[in-house]
Design a protein around this ligand. Structure first.
Ligand SMILES: [Fe+2]
Length: 162
């Protein structure tokens, strides 16, 4: 049975060894198994979550486990997470995610899109531009490399005609 404390401990063990893209894939694997545990998900969303609730912030490594409860349909523009990486985990509902590549400073073109369904996880390393869209209410659990509240994100424009 997964608990928030156990998940945090296991993430800390991985990231304390090395904070690299391969480690984040291991963290994503942990998150995926946690999302397969309905009791774990129910516990995280048992109280009011709203658009953003930090469930755990590591006092030394700085990573955060964050719950999100988004109401209704919404499109978000292409963005990165400034100096941080983030792992998206879909807990309920579906998110249409788009990935992008830079064609000029601040200008991107879409490289692929994919539907994230409950249990799906995806790592976005530093500077990787993506945009989530949803047509329904969703619940996500995300792991952030650092608490992204107040961190400036690079908003990008989709280049015309590419
Ligand atoms: Fe994002």
């Amino acid at each position: 049975m997964m608990t928030l404390e156990l998940l945090a401990t296991q993430i800390r063990e991985i990231l304390a060894r090395e904070n690299a893209p391969a480690s984040r894939e291991q963290v994503a694997g942990l998150l995926k198994s946690a999302l397969g545990d309905q009791a774990f998900i129910a516990a995280q969303f048992a109280t009011e979550v709203g658009a953003r609730k930090v469930l755990y912030e590591d006092p030394t490594l700085g990573f955060c486990i964050v719950a999100h409860e988004y109401a209704g349909a919404k499109d978000s523009g292409p963005h990165d997470h400034g100096p941080s990486w983030a792992i998206y985990g879909q807990a309920a509902g579906e998110t249409l995610m788009r990935d992008y590549a830079f064609v000029a400073p601040g200008q991107v073109r879409e490289t692929r899109s994919y539907l994230m369904r409950p249990g799906d996880v995806h790592v976005y390393n530093e500077g990787v531009v993506h945009s989530p869209s949803r047509v329904m209410s969703t619940r996500l659990i995300r792991i952030e490399g650092m608490n992204l509240a107040g961190v400036v994100r690079a908003e990008c424009k989709v280049a015309e005609g590419v």
